[in-house]
Design a protein around this ligand. Structure first.
Ligand SMILES: Cc1ncc(C[n+]2csc(CCOP(=O)(O)OP(=O)(O)O)c2C)c(N)n1
Ligand SMILES: [Mg+2]
Length: 352
């Protein structure tokens, strides 16, 4: 059985410290991600996107709350379910859609596809196809920050399924031992593919993974964008000022199957309905309107602008040339000692 839905908070009061401009940006970004991914699903069905396509529809609050709580120069790594993180970081919808389409104009020149988006300029160190694989990369990014005596924070987003990979313990141990500013952000959508967390984990309180290393850990409502933003802001402050890692476990739910090839027949219908009733976009829209932070007309304008951006991104991807076969081995084999190869792999300095 999956987690019970946390009690829906009827948030009628703007939380202290909430910033209207930030809240509007959160809504616009969540809506952009939702619109983008719904369209990506359609394009996949049309055969315009090959390979795998993992959607985070339903998880937008966890994605946006965490990315917008960080500075744009704080490096992030993620899983294969990472379109939202790239968009929230400011990657162009055109470049992201073209990457999904496997086109030369894509974010990674069409070589990465849906699971391997990366945007070095925006300190987004990418999606990763191997479950848990990006966790040690974030520790490396945290090490780079510490070594250069900068005040950044590295955040890695991983799923509940990844918490049973040994590499999480290895990474947490090193991060704590070396006092690295890393936020271990577990987006617990309560399933790894079709397997519920209590069928895969002997202890479903996933924050306990951090206890063994003396890392502070907090379980939060991942469907509430304000709760996520607050928790990640606090974690980032702690990591920056104390040079200490933090774990956050955000309880959320994805509204679609694991990937486009999963018909999602095994999760109970009543469970899906319960979580759909907590749609993070609907809940947040209600708060914004109720608090008078936005008008219905302004929300309609945001929706129209996002729809236009996604339509434009699809037209751009469609019109872009596919990756030629001659590029098949590009970026696969390299000379590890060339300046070019080191330049592309390393983390840029904040002044770059
Ligand atoms: C090391 C490894 N083992 C197995 C897989 C196959 N696999 C892909 S996604 C997935 C489930 C992971 O679930 P979770 O970490 O909860 O992330 P979610 O998909 O729910 O976002 C598995 C087992 C893989 N990609 N990598
Ligand atoms: Mg999961």
């Amino acid at each position: 059985m999956a987690e019970e839905a946390p009690v829906v908070k009827d948030t009628t009061v703007t939380p202290p410290g909430a910033d209207a401009e930030l809240m509007q940006r959160m809504f616009a970004t969540m809506h952009l991600i939702r619109t983008f991914e719904e369209r990506a699903a359609e394009e996949y069905m049309r055969g315009n996107i090959g390979g795998f396509l993992h959607l985070a529809i339903g998880e937008e609050a966890a994605v946006v709350g965490s990315v917008l709580a960080l500075r744009p120069t704080d490096p992030i790594t993620s899983t294969y379910r990472e379109h939202g993180q790239a968009l929230a970081r400011g990657s162009e919808p055109r470049a992201v859609m073209a990457e999904l389409f496997g086109r030369e104009t894509g974010l990674c020149h069409g070589h990465g596809g849906s699971m391997h988006l990366m945007d070095r300029e925006r300190f987004f160190f990418g999606g990763y196809g191997i479950v848990g694989g990006s966790i040690p990369l974030a520790v490396g990014l945290g090490f780079a920050i510490s070594y250069r005596q900068e005040d950044g924070v590295a955040l890695v987003m991983f799923g509940d399924g990844a918490t049973n990979q040994g590499v999480l313990g290895e990474s947490m141990n090193m991060a704590k031992l070396w006092s690295l500013p890393v936020i271990f952000f577990c987006l617990n959508n309560q399933y790894g593919m079709g397997t519920a967390v209590d069928r895969a984990s002997a202890d479903t309180q996933l924050t306990k993974r951090a206890d063994a290393f003396g890392i502070p850990a907090h379980r939060i409502d991942g469907m509430d964008v304000l709760a996520v933003q607050q928790a990640v802001s606090d974690a980032a402050h702690h990591a920056r000022t104390q040079h200490d890692p933090v774990m956050i476990e955000a309880i959320a739910y994805r509204y679609r199957g694991h990937s486009m090839s999963d018909p999602d027949r095994t999760r109970p219908e009543d469970e899906k309905a319960r979580w759909r009733a907590r749609d993070p976009l609907v809940t947040f829209e209600r708060i914004l309107l109720g608090e008078g932070l936005v008008t219905a007309e302004e929300l309609a304008a945001v929706r129209d602008a996002n729809q236009a951006a996604v339509d434009d991104a699809v037209a751009f991807a469609n019109d872009s040339p596919p990756v030629p076969e001659t590029a098949l081995a590009d970026d696969v084999y390299t000379d590890p000692w060339s300046d070019d190869s080191r330049g592309s792999a390393r983390m840029p300095r904040r002044s770059e």
